[in-house]
Design a protein around this ligand. Structure first.
Ligand code: ATP
Length: 235
């Protein structure tokens, strides 16, 4: 489904990503792992068209998306849950979810998708009329994920969903991501610093260090890898 190869990108004259290669198959959860400043967010921005890579390929459903704009990429089904959620805090939960229906098709499907989103996160239905900014951090993350789902993603990108949340909330969010991948065939690109949690739900993972893919493998292989254990899992 997604095949990234030879991707180089950065800001101005500073290169951050060096020859990045990875793939995500249909219905797969792929974890992009790495510490602060490794280049994970830059990679997400390159895939979603927020920054223009200097070279490389982002092949999605056999179409080259590298150098396309973010609107075009969104319409192709790559939908991101941004780091820090970026909700409209003065607007209600329902109004935020309505923002997820960004084109004609998703507007027509809104009621069906809203029902589905409420099925995944029942709390949001109870809070539909509440201002999003008054929700707890975990509930806000649920709104951000639900809003992305209303955009009918083929590939959902979750950028650091665990940031600032209690472990049990993170588990809830990742459980929904697993359900979506298994039951709805949505591929998930999970960008995470919490490597333990990410590998517990991912099929495969890529460890990014200094803007390069330092390691890749199945979740089991990475969990057993000595470098991963020492550098990231503290064991
Ligand atoms: P974190 O987990 O801390 O968000 P990350 O792995 O997502 O880190 P990036 O945000 O991609 O890392 O940052 C990679 C490098 O790119 C860092 O050295 C950062 O300073 C630099 N960088 C990020 N955004 C910009 C920008 N807008 N302009 C210039 N440099 C940037």
């Amino acid at each position: 489904m997604l095949k990234v190869s030879g991707l180089n990108a950065g800001y101005g004259s500073v290169n951050i990503l060096w020859d990045i290669e990875f793939t995500v198959d249909d219905g797969q959860i792929a974890a992009i792992l790495g510490g602060n400043g490794a280049g994970k967010t830059t990679m997400v921005r390159s895939i979603t068209g927020m920054i223009r890579p200097s070279s490389g390929s982002v092949l999605f459903d056999n179409e080259e998306l590298c150098q396309k704009n973010s609107r075009y990429i969104l319409n192709k089904g790559i939908v991101q849950v941004p780091e820090g959620r970026q909700l409209f805090t003065e607007m209600t939960v329902l109004e935020n979810l309505e923002m997820g229906a960004f084109n004609k098709v998703t507007k027509e499907h809104f009621q069906t998708n809203l029902k589905k989103a409420y099925g995944w996160f029942p709390k949001l239905e109870e809070r539909a009329k509440q201002a999003a900014g008054t929700l707890s951090g975990g509930e806000q993350q649920m709104v951000a994920v639900a809003r992305a789902l209303i955009g009918e993603p083929k590939l959902l990108i979750l950028d650091e969903p665990s940031l600032g949340l209690a472990p049990n909330i993170v588990d809830d969010i990742l459980r929904v991501a697993s359900d979506m991948a298994k039951n709805d065939g949505i591929s998930v690109l999970l960008v995470e610093q919490d490597i333990t949690k990410a590998l517990a739900c991912a099929d495969i993972g890529y460890v990014i260090e200094n803007g390069k893919v330092a390691l890749s493998g199945t979740a089991e292989e990475l969990q057993a890898n000595e470098h991963v254990k020492k550098a990231y899992l503290g064991i």
